[in-house]
Design a protein. Structure first.
Length: 135
């Protein structure tokens, strides 16, 4: 419900939520927002990522200075296709400070994630990557 004690803007526990809305300060033009369990990802008009939430604070800060083509968030999982067409996955974004990278057999053009899997569309083919790293 936003503005909880961790700075996460997604659905949280009501007993930690403040009443009313709080304006988020960011000096950039944001075009998309994605909510995880304990974090929020902000994508600006240049396709660069910001983050707020547990361990990052309430105000969005730059996550990385790379351009991100497509991304998705589900509960603890963050996945995206970067500017070099690599698939990057954090299975538990708050606790795993390092992502895993995958070079797909062909150019990826969309990505979606679940709790322990990621689906990547490459042209007419669809690939599933599971938490073990198998494609």
């Amino acid at each position: 419900f936003g503005n909880n004690i961790e700075g996460a803007l997604g659905i949280g526990k009501l007993d930690f939520a403040n009443s009313g809305f709080k304006k988020v300060k960011i000096n950039d033009l944001i075009k998309e927002v994605y909510c995880g369990n304990e974090f929020t990802i902000w994508k600006n008009v240049e396709n660069k990522l910001y983050i707020s939430g547990k361990g990052y604070g309430f105000e969005p800060c730059i996550l990385m200075d790379k351009k991100i083509n497509h991304l998705d968030v589900y509960e603890k999982t963050l996945c995206f296709i970067d500017e070099n067409d690599l698939v990057r996955i954090w299975w538990d974004f708050i606790n795993d400070k390092k992502d895993v990278e995958f070079k797909m057999p062909s150019k990826p053009d969309d990505i979606k994630c679940g709790n322990s899997f990621v689906i990547v569309k490459c042209n007419i083919f669809v690939y599933k990557i599971d938490i073990s790293g198998e494609i």
